[in-house]
Design a protein around this ligand. Structure first.
Ligand code: CA
Length: 248
């Protein structure tokens, strides 16, 4: 296990633990340093990759930058509280499991959290063993659910997955079926890059195609339609030697 990132913008240690074979990524939004560190270390020891944020605002930034399989969300946070953040998460993504952490056993907190879309809650102090058990249950359930995500937002770009539509500054963007397929796949697989061969196979269903330029041409068109400067793309970027990657 290696700790590879320590962000300077946080008032306490914010770490990204990456395990070579980590299967699930968990975002921990918790402003109490000791609690966040204890949770991070326990999760990392159980094979999860973990990102911590000390505020909902920082958590939102992390959610825009990375895909997560589960979110642990403290209710009482400085600035935006956990309830508001949970609503924001559910407006974009109704699939990712959210477990709320509450400092007290207040019934209103627990019921309200579940009403606005949290999947579960834990009352502090809780045992790390119980936390791991709850996480395993939620991840197992979410893996067996069909994709029900309605839409994803990245800055001014919004992707309506249910209706296969894309909006830029809330104006519809006309994409061909193949262009939408590429965009959707890159978004789903972010932050990983996909090779042209993989895109060809998964978007068009070809296992062999004599000319991979068809993929490059579609990427070019997508950039023209979505990027503010297609010559210096910031959404769909080229990773040399690896392929294309969604970086929105
Ligand atoms: Ca707190």
């Amino acid at each position: 296990m290696t700790t590879v990132i320590v962000h300077s913008w946080a008032p306490f240690r914010v770490c990204l633990y990456i395990l070579p074979l980590a299967l699930n990524k968990i975002l921990v939004i918790e402003d109490e340093r000791d609690m966040a560190n204890a949770i991070s270390e326990a999760l990392a020891l159980h094979g999860y990759s973990v990102v911590c944020a000390e505020s909902a605002e920082t958590g939102e930034d992390m959610l825009h930058a990375h895909h997560f399989d589960l979110i642990l969300l403290d209710i009482r946070l400085p600035g935006m509280d956990g309830f508001e953040m949970c609503r924001n998460i559910r407006n974009r993504d109704d699939r990712v499991p959210v477990i709320m952490l509450t400092a007290c056993g207040d019934e209103f907190d627990r019921v309200f959290g579940l009403e606005i879309g949290a999947d579960d809650y834990l009352i502090k102090p809780f045992s790390l063993r119980e936390l791991i058990a709850r996480i395993k249950v939620r991840l197992r359930r979410s893996e067996h659910q069909p994709s029900a995500t309605k839409s994803l937002s990245f800055g001014e770009l919004r992707i309506d997955l249910k209706n296969s539509r894309v909006f830029l500054k809330e104006h519809p963007v006309a994409l061909t079926t193949s262009e939408f397929g590429i965009l959707k796949l890159l978004v789903e697989e972010r932050p990983y890059a996909l090779s042209r061969e993989t895109l060809l196979q998964r978007v068009w269903g070809y296992s062999y195609y004599p000319n991979l330029r068809i993929v490059d041409n579609h990427i070019l068109n997508l950039r023209k339609k979505l990027e503010s400067d297609p010559r210096q793309p910031s959404l769909i970027v080229t990773r040399h030697g690896a392929g294309y990657c969604f970086a929105g």
